[in-house]
Design a protein around this ligand. Structure first.
Ligand SMILES: CSC/C=C(/NCc1c(COP(=O)(O)O)cnc(C)c1O)C(=O)O
Length: 397
């Protein structure tokens, strides 16, 4: 038997960090909902607040089940440590508040999830933090612009919603020459398909709401990286700046979701390959953006950086905005809803929904087509997914 740090991803996702015999044989970890923890003495309490013992203090600082979840997430992202949060935005904001101060600059990729864009473009501005958006798909753009003021470089890859990639290793080669950290949002891939830290990133963040939970029944996030960075983000970015504490119930749901992540991702990918091929050959579709297609502009980088092509597709119809909306509305099984990574196939129009925080001009400047449609390919039988797409095309065009 391999020792624990050499076991395969699938096994670690199920077993890492938990021994039933240490919990009266309970197969699944106990759920901790306690808000606070009693001490034997003032001395023990004082030592806990100074970090001189490993006694739990208060749920905003962690719990035994949250610690198990964080250790398992760190294992899966091959990180020293991880911090679980109440949402993906909770992880992103707690981390960024901890890493920059007035006078610093952040360089971010052009295409980001709508609320991440809003936090960077508008939320940080009153605090004297300069944010520059560049097309980081070309690392030369970063090399030309980065200075000693740049303390954080941020990107998603693939990006939500338009599927653009950045070369993590190439960006890391540039940031490591400066006092600057590289932070990658790995939500679309999950640790099963891509590990940014092993490619040189300093921090990785996730909306665990998505594939990690996998069943549309929780909101959560996490950030992973070095232990010093995670301790700082926990004790400043989370404890004081955001309070984005994950609940004991969501910890339990997330531990359960992670157990099947590898199985679900394989099926998401299998279905997405077939949906992308179907869309690409359709006379109703103008462009299909999927890392698994031969026509994908960054296919070589995708093959190098991602273990599989993922479950997300973006596409544009040979139609105007009204007809594109009519197509989405004509779907009968596939649901028009935001979020992604669920068992259900979900479809939405970013310009009017998840990326409505961008103005019309900003959408174009950030390479997000106003007519783009995003689909999160689910776990239904592929024939039923294709049949639904087919009937919607026939009924609208
Ligand atoms: C109201 S739109 C629904 C949410 C969507 N995305 C979320 C998201 C977050 C933020 O994660 P939470 O805070 O857990 O939602 C961070 N990073 C990425 C790449 C994300 O996609 C969405 O449908 O694209």
């Amino acid at each position: 038997m391999k020792n624990t740090d050499q076991r395969h991803f699938a096994t670690q996702a199920i077993h890492a960090g938990y021994q039933p015999r240490a919990h009266q044989g309970a197969l699944t970890p106990p759920i901790y909902t306690s808000s606070t923890y009693a001490f034997d003495s003032v001395r023990q309490g004082g030592e806990a607040f100074q970090g001189e013992n490993d006694h739990f203090i208060y749920a905003r600082l962690g719990s035994p089940s949250q610690q198990l979840l964080e250790n398992r997430l760190a294992e899966l992202e091959q990180a020293e440590a991880a911090l679980a949060t109440a949402s993906g935005m909770g992880a992103i904001t707690a981390a960024i508040w901890s890493l920059v101060k007035p006078g610093d600059e952040i360089i971010a990729d052009l295409s980001l999830y709508g609320c991440t864009f809003s936090f960077l473009a508008h939320g940080l501005k009153p605090f004297g933090i300069e944010v520059t958006f560049l097309n980081l798909s070309d690392p030369a753009n970063l090399a030309r612009h980065i200075t000693n003021k740049t303390k954080l470089v941020y990107s998603e890859t693939p990006s939500n919603p338009n599927m653009r990639l950045v070369d993590i290793a190439a960006l890391a080669d540039i940031t490591r020459a400066y006092d600057c950290k590289l932070m990658i949002d790995n939500t679309y891939c999950t640790p099963y398909l891509q590990n940014p830290l092993t490619l040189g990133a300093d921090l990785v963040v996730h909306s665990a709401t998505k594939y990690l939970g996998g069943h549309g029944d929780l909101i959560a996030g996490f950030v992973a990286g070095t232990k010093p960075d995670m301790d700082h983000i926990r004790m400043f970015g989370l404890k004081d700046m955001t309070g984005a504490v994950i609940s004991g119930f969501d910890v339990a749901l997330l531990l359960r979701g992670i157990k099947t992540l590898h199985v679900r991702m394989d099926r998401h990918v299998e279905n997405a390959h077939q949906v992308a091929a179907y869309l690409e050959q359709s006379k109703y579709v103008k462009n299909t953006f999927y890392p698994g297609l031969q026509t994908f502009a960054q296919r070589q980088l995708a093959d190098r950086q991602m273990r599989q092509a993922g479950g997300m597709i973006a596409f544009e119809l040979n139609a105007d905005r009204a007809q594109s909306a009519a197509f989405v509305d004509a779907l009968q099984m596939i649901l028009c809803a935001v979020s992604l990574g669920d068992a259900e196939t979900l479809i939405q129009h970013p310009a009017s929904m998840t990326h409505s925080t961008y103005s019309e001009e900003e959408l174009l400047a950030h390479l997000i087509s106003p007519n783009l449609i995003r689909i999160s390919v689910g776990l239904e039988h592929i024939d039923d997914i294709i049949t639904d797409l087919d009937q919607a095309f026939e009924s609208v065009f």
